[in-house]
Design a protein around this ligand. Structure first.
Ligand code: SAH
Ligand code: SF4
Length: 366
């Protein structure tokens, strides 16, 4: 399925110990890694090859390995589009990767803080019927450095505007993070490294459609990030109609995996619920999800549908959302109704890209 060539390795794909190893293997002292790491991940607007403050052995290594077309030259996407929402709270970037594919990165402003929403794949193989990215089909996995570069881009944008840096990251852009497990975990290790971007693991949330092996692996490996599971339905059949990946990883097994995750990590799980009018927004739906989640330390995020061209559903009315929340509350399950952000910049997952490319129809995937 993955017909796109994998992009070449870049310095942004390397974790700190790997960068250190590269230097040491070339005879450069290990402690110089810190200066280079900081140049790449903290003061990232300056090309490391132009730096005049590097000690000569490091400067020579950088000139040989990080110059344009050198083996580890940092790969940074170009900005194909940059669209602010009219309320000024959301800014959406369409970034062009090497190879020409485009992905979305969204910067969201909340009182006193910024959150970036990152993509982990170009397109997605999971085929959720209401999702613009799912409707595009799968193009390719992102490399770790391509995930890191999205954070660098948003940090630089904030810095240029004199704004405080990013506080939170959510992996809720294009793609299924746990379908690209190794690259995502490697990227998050780089992003949370205290010597560089230094975004704390507790400020990072990974959202999954329910890739069970990935959830269990996260628990096993004690990954310190927050887990969000996109649920959308408490019925096996109805969920499979919305989320085709549910046929491979059925709801009952998914909930069992969430229980294991909760027990092993002691962490609360966020459950995402896209509210679709007349589909999954009745008080009975709310009662059913409350039953399903009984005994799990859960918080439910209720998100009214962002309409897409490829799916005829509509967002739930405010009243239905409030009523849904009331039922959950009575059952002792905390929830939040999320505002749809930047509706005028097509803020739903993959919608900007879909609007620009004219992509429409779902592909038979997953
Ligand atoms: N693949 C992961 C993360 C990316 S999607 C996942 O599915 O969780 C991030 C979230 O956006 C998911 O909860 C998804 O259900 C939601 N989403 C996708 N399309 C949407 C739309 N059109 N309206 C509202 N939410 C949507
Ligand atoms: Fe993929 Fe998530 Fe969209 Fe489903 S909702 S198609 S898993 S990006």
């Amino acid at each position: 399925m993955d017909q796109e060539p994998t992009p070449r390795r870049s310095a942004l794909d390397l974790t700190y110990p790997e960068l250190e190893n590269e230097l040491v293997a070339a005879g450069v002292r290990a402690f110089h890694a810190r200066k280079l790491w900081s140049a790449l991940h903290r003061e990232s607007q300056v090309d490391p090859c132009q730096r005049e403050d590097f000690p000569p052995p490091l400067a020579r290594w950088v000139a040989k390995n990080l110059a344009p077309a050198a083996p580890l030259a940092p790969v940074r996407p170009s900005v194909a589009d940059d669209i602010p929402s009219s309320d000024g709270l959301t800014r959406k970037f369409l970034l062009r990767l090497s190879g020409g594919q485009t992905i979305e990165t969204v910067l969201m402003r909340y009182p006193g803080r910024y959150t970036a929403c990152l993509s982990t794949q170009a397109g997605c193989a999971m085929g959720c019927v209401f999702c613009a990215t799912g409707q595009m089909g799968f193009v390719r996995h992102l490399q770790p450095g391509e995930i890191v570069a999205q954070v660098l881009h948003t940090q630089e944008t904030l810095r240029a505007a004199g704004q405080p840096g990013l506080r939170n990251l959510v992996l809720m852009g294009m793609g299924e993070p746990l379908h690209n497990y190794d690259s995502v975990m490697r990227a998050l290790e780089i992003i949370s490294d205290t010597r560089g971007l230094n975004i704390g693991p507790s400020k990072i949330s990974i959202s999954t459609v329910g890739v069970i092996p990935g959830i269990l692996r996260m628990a096993e490996e004690k990954r310190p990030y927050n887990l969000a599971v996109s649920l959308h339905s408490a019925s096996e059949e109805e969920r499979a109609a919305l989320v085709p990946a549910s046929r491979r990883w059925p709801l009952k097994d998914l909930i069992a995996a969430c229980r294991v995750y909760g027990e092993k990590t002691g962490q609360r799980i966020l459950f995402g619920w896209t509210l679709i009018e007349g589909k999954n927004d009745s008080p009975t739906d709310a009662e059913n999800v409350a039953k399903l989640l009984r005994g799990i330390d859960a918080h439910v995020n209720l998100i009214p549908l962002n309409p897409t061209d490829g799916y005829p559903g509509a967002p739930s009315a405010h009243r239905a959302a409030d009523e849904f929340q009331r039922v959950l509350q009575e059952a002792g399950i905390p929830s939040t109704i999320r505002q749809r952000r930047g509706i005028d910049v097509a803020a739903g997952c993959g919608q900007l890209k879909a609007a620009r490319s004219g992509a429409r129809r779902p592909e038979p995937t997953a």
